[in-house]
Ligand binder design. Structure first.
Ligand SMILES: Nc1ncnc2c1ncn2[C@@H]1O[C@H](COP(=O)(O)OP(=O)(O)OP(=O)(O)O)[C@@H](O)[C@H]1O
Ligand SMILES: [Mg+2]
Length: 157
């Protein structure tokens, strides 16, 4: 359960602390579900610089690590993109070697970037609360998805 935007941000921070180069996180959920709020938390968890915003004209934004040895965050909003072909035109494969990539509206478009990835599905409820459903593909993300969800449950979230 994510009653407030702060809870969604905190979930993002937990995910962000786990991210390294080559990691792919796909965010799914309707308009206003909280994908950008979650990404703001991921950026804080990763310790990257710059304000994460909903890009209106920019499809991909790069956030640099605040400390040497940190990993870059590439934040993509695929909402305005057509299908997989337009997504492939972004050439994110090269970024994947040095950055973690988070893709809003990435489901059905971004999976080919990394066979192993985390999918976070955000749902907005009539009372304006949100819930997150985490599903990991591959051994590492299956384990981490359970760990993150378990930690949230433990905190009573
Ligand atoms: N529990 C919650 N989790 C996340 N956001 C919340 C929550 N409750 C209220 N909000 C508000 O809902 C809005 C979510 O907006 P956000 O831009 O993160 O959505 P989005 O999924 O990225 O939308 P879009 O599809 O337009 O990119 C914010 O204004 C945030 O403050
Ligand atoms: Mg957004």
């Amino acid at each position: 359960m994510l009653p407030t935007a702060e809870d969604t941000h905190a979930l993002g921070e937990r995910i962000g602390r786990l991210l390294g180069a080559g990691d792919l996180v796909i965010l799914d959920g309707a308009l206003g579900a909280g994908k950008t709020v979650l990404t703001k938390g991921i950026a804080v968890g990763m310790g990257v610089t710059g304000i994460v915003m909903s890009p209106t004209f920019v499809i991909a934004r790069v956030h640099r690590p605040a400390t040497p040895g940190g990993v870059r965050l590439v934040h993509v909003d695929a909402y305005r993109l057509g299908g997989r072909l337009e997504f492939d035109d972004l050439d994110l494969d090269t970024d994947m070697t040095t950055a973690a990539v988070v893709v809003e509206w990435g489901e059905g478009r971004a999976e080919q970037l990394a066979a192993d990835h985390l999918l976070v599905r955000l749902t907005r409820h009539p009372d304006d609360t949100r819930t997150a459903e985490l599903s990991g593909t591959g051994e590492r993300w299956s384990r981490l998805a359970e760990e993150i969800a378990g930690a949230a449950a433990h905190r009573g979230a």
